[in-house]
Each structure stands twice: as C-alpha cells, then as structure tokens.
Design a protein around this ligand. Structure first.
Ligand code: SAM
Length: 252
C-alpha cells in the first residue's frame, strides 16, 4: 500500500496489486473502510503486474468519487492525484517553496517557467498578479492536479503543460523566453542539453532545486555565466545521507 498523509490529517490510500482480480472485493468493502476511517479521502488500485524495482505500475483505478487529496502547503492549497510526485517531507517542502518564492519575488520577474513542476509547488507559490507562469512536467496526472489548483485560485496567467522539459525549452521562440526559470529535476539532473540551453538563453535568473549535489555540480559547470548567488541545504530526507539543495543563480 502507498499511503499519503496530508497536513490536515487526510489520507490517500493506494492498493498496489499484481492484477485486477481483487478489485471487486476492495470495492465491496470500501464503504466499511471509509466508515471506519473518516480521514480517508482518496482510494485507488494501482495495477503493477511486473516484479521490478519501481513501487507502482502504469494503470490506476480510482475507487472513490474524490480524486485528489488536498495538500495545504503554506498558503497554497495543492491538489494531489494518485501517480503524482510529491516532496517527501511536507514541512521541509513548505520551507523550500518559501525560499523559492522569496528569491523569485526579490528578482521580480514578469515571466517564470517551472520546469519539472510536478503538481506545481514552485509555480503556484510564485504565481500572482503581473506575472506569467508556465509549469512543465511529463506526468499527465501531476499536470492535471496543478491545473485544478490554478483554476481554484483563479490564476489565469498560469498554465501547465504535459511535456518533456528540455523539448519544451528548445521549442520556444526567443521572444517567449522567461526572465526566470525554476528547475527541480529527478536525481539525474537537467542534463547537458538543458544546461547548455539555459547558459545561452539570456534568462536572467535560475532557481535550481536538487536532491543530488553531484548532478547539480555537473549541470552548474555547464552554466558558467549563471553564477551561484545564494544556496540553502534543506533536510528533506532526515536520517539518510540525502539532502535537498536550492541555489539561486544570476548572470555574472
Ligand atoms: C523532484 S520532482 C519535483 C516536482 C516538483 N517540482 C515539486 O516540487 O513537487 C521531479 C519531477 O520531474 C518530473 N519529470 C521527470 N522527467 C521529466 C522530464 N523529462 N521533463 C519534465 N518533467 C520530468 C517527474 O515526473 C517529477 O514530477
């Protein structure tokens, strides 16, 4: 089972199953489970037929009418659907988004991209009047979650696209380039193509949030004119050797 606890104490529970064989039984007993556990908001079955080193499969069957868990982080009411990434430690994620927002507000850009945006944590913390924000993320469920939050908050200058981050950046005409880019990639980092694009793009500021300092250092070496201005280590993965590093980069 994969269980997510929201800051308000609500739960999302996902049964990860080899096949759909037990789904009718889960459906049959679901009313009793919901009655016994009122905090349970979202229940789904994830079908994971293969034995391999990933925790979930591609097929998700929602079993409750409610499809999203509300994750209130700072003053942002994020929606979380099954199959969407969420930062491991919600309190530390809140601190990370506050730091991101502080750096972005200080740079005061009129336009921001949030690449690898997940359910839109950074994008939705920096969105506001007078600022165009675009979030890009490959997971369609996460993009759907981010769009719901933007719609609820009435953010009509904020858009989310289900696309590869590098392909998106490379496909934009120069006049569409933003003043600031946030990147928060998986452990492999943003890679050579996107690092080189950022270096040559003329984008004034980059906020790079990384869970792997080795790939972060490799990517930063490819962006020599984007100089680190401030950096912060966040204990996102307590009791492990892993940590999150957020860096504000500005043009030399
Ligand atoms: C470390 S998570 C960060 C998510 C988000 N920024 C947050 O604060 O929750 C990395 C995200 O990158 C997404 N991702 C992985 N490969 C991608 C790609 N090539 N292009 C865009 N997004 C990608 C993953 O689905 C995941 O949601």
């Amino acid at each position: 089972m994969l269980v997510t606890l929201s800051p308000d104490g609500d739960l999302m529970a996902r049964f990860v199953l080899r096949s759909t064989e037990s789904v009718p039984r889960i459906r049959k007993h679901l009313p009793a489970l919901l009655a016994a556990l009122p905090a349970l908001r979202v229940v789904s079955a994830n079908i994971h037929p293969e034995h391999k080193a990933v925790v979930e499969g591609e097929t998700e069957l929602l079993l409750t009418e409610t499809e999203t868990l509300r994750m209130t982080v700072n003053d942002v009411d994020l929606h979380l659907r099954p199959q969407s990434f969420f930062q491991t430690n919600t309190d530390v994620a809140a601190a990370l988004y506050r730091q991101g927002r502080a750096w972005v507000d200080e740079a005061a850009p009129g336009s921001v991209w949030d690449l690898y945006c997940g359910v839109g944590g950074f994008a939705l913390h920096v969105a506001g009047p007078g600022r165009d924000v675009v979030g890009v993320e490959t997971a369609a469920e996460a993009v759907a979650s981010a769009r719901l939050t933007a719609r609820d908050a009435g953010l009509d200058r904020t858009a989310f696209l289900a696309q590869d981050a590098t392909a998106f950046a490379l496909a934009q005409p120069p006049e569409a380039r933003p003043e600031l880019v946030v990147v928060n990639p998986p452990r492999r980092g943003i890679g050579e193509t996107l690092s080189t694009w950022l270096e040559e793009s003329g984008v004034r500021h980059v906020v790079y949030s990384s869970c792997n300092a080795t790939s972060l250092a490799r990517d930063l070496a490819l962006m020599p004119t984007l100089r680190p201005r401030e950096a912060r280590v966040l204990d996102m993965f307590p009791h492990t050797g892993h940590y999150e590093v957020a860096v504000l980069l500005g043009r030399a």
